[in-house]
Design a protein around this ligand. Structure first.
Ligand code: OSB
Ligand code: MG
Length: 400
């Protein structure tokens, strides 16, 4: 299914010419689309169980779904912000406002454009990467659907299915955590990630290691520590973890580099990697030796591919992170995770890990520990209009 060698052309690139002295690899750009309008919806989708991280607990996924209207059909995207600015500075109402007030008008003003031009049109507006990513995905989906072309092939996927890891929230106590992890292992998940926070780190990790032996295991702190906690974090070294994800705060690149020098466990950045430039800087500083790539956090799937390319050339392993995506973002993440540099299992779990009911007609399922990369045009999944309607709590259409 793959278009080998297909790569996203960089917009502003530092190292690309050096890495490809014979010239940039060529790839087939997506078709241009004419943008007549965008529909935004806020959805509230109940979670199968509350999800707790170091920054909070959610029982309902609040998310924004985007529909791009074009004369050749619609395209769908997802803005992965959460209801409050706890994981990142972005949040639902901020995303909604910046989308309708600035970003969508700029795209409608451009009117006809290729998906590869979306980031450039939106570049004057600082930040708001998750919002930009959701809009870009809707345009990309519309363009690829009009061409009958799957997103995976367009991005450069080389696999038809991806190994599926699961992110397990903080539970009431270590024994409840062991129960939860045991359930996911029984389902076939090939890698376990547990959330940690101060006071719920060493004992929780020890309990999982003792219960399940040498399973592929990693931990995610979501920025809950400081360098003063280095001794506690070094206690995790004895559990032979794949990595520790984002122990310190988003801006703490220098502190992450210092911490990495004190730990045997590889440090992996999530929150800190907001762009190709941030990834380049973090690697140069020695702040990270593995990268979690999330398209929303970095401003879109095209920037995500550029970070993948950078890491692949630098020999840095990457994996695909998740943001409790609906079937829209989950399909796109499966496509992204099928690129060759994604050498570690990602947080690309089955839809039913989070949701009883999804908003697509064929939600991602776990088969032998893997999730299939959709092969239909664009995202390769169809929206279930009844489910979409059921979960919609706010809706607005912005037209030219
Ligand atoms: O840090 O990876 C994270 C969910 C929301 C916000 C941040 C994170 C997460 C997860 C869940 O860990 C990943 C998933 O969607 O499976
Ligand atoms: Mg994380």
């Amino acid at each position: 299914m793959a278009t080998l060698g297909a790569r996203i052309p960089a917009t502003t690139d530092h190292s690309r010419a050096r890495r490809y002295p014979g010239g940039m690899p060529t790839r087939e750009p997506a078709a241009s689309v004419t943008l007549d309008g965008f529909e935004l919806r806020v959805l509230h989708i109940p979670l199968v169980s509350p999800f707790t991280t170091s920054f909070g607990t959610e029982a309902v996924r609040e998310v924004i779904v985007v529909r791009a209207h074009t004369p050749d059909g619609d395209g769908w995207g997802e803005i992965v912000t959460q209801s409050a600015p706890l994981y990142s500075s972005e949040y639902t109402q901020g995303a909604w406002d910046v989308a309708r007030r600035y970003l969508i008008p700029a795209l409608l003003d451009a009117h006809t454009l290729a998906p590869e031009q979306v980031a450039g049109v939106l570049a004057p507006f600082v930040g708001h990467r998750m919002t930009k990513a959701g809009l870009e995905l809707a345009v990309l989906d519309a363009a690829l659907r009009s061409q009958g072309r799957p997103l995976g092939g367009y991005l450069g996927a080389v696999r038809d299915r991806v190994p599926s890891g699961v992110s397990v929230g903080i539970q009431a106590d270590p024994s409840a955590l062991v129960d939860a992890v045991g359930g996911y292992l029984d389902e076939g998940y090939v890698r376990i990630k547990i959330k940690i926070k101060p006071g719920r780190d060493v004992a929780d990790t020890a309990a999982v290691r003792e219960a399940f032996g040498t399973i592929p295991l990693q931990v995610d702190a979501n920025s809950a520590y400081t360098l003063a906690d280095a001794d506690t974090l070094a206690e995790l070294d004895r559990f032979d973890l794949l990595l520790i994800e984002q122990p310190l705060q988003e801006d703490d690149l220098v502190d992450h580099a210092a911490l990495a020098g004190m730990l045997c466990t590889p440090v992996c950045l999530d929150e800190s990697i907001t762009s190709l430039k941030a990834a380049t800087d973090a690697l140069a500083l020695g702040a990270t030796s593995v990268i979690n790539i999330k398209a929303g956090r970095v401003g879109g799937y095209l920037e995500a591919v550029r970070i993948h390319d950078l890491c692949r050339d630098a020999g840095i392993p990457v994996w695909c992170g998740g943001m409790l995506e609906t079937g829209i973002g989950r399909a796109a993440n499966a496509a992204l995770a099928a690129l060759p540099g994604f050498t570690l299992p990602g947080d690309v779990s089955a839809s039913d890990r989070f949701y009883h009911r999804d908003i697509v007609t064929e939600p991602a399922v776990l088969e032998d520990g893997h999730v299939r990369v959709p092969t239909g045009p664009g995202l390769g999944v169809e929206i279930d209009p009844l489910a979409l309607e059921e979960f919609t709590v706010a809706r607005e259409t912005v037209r030219r």
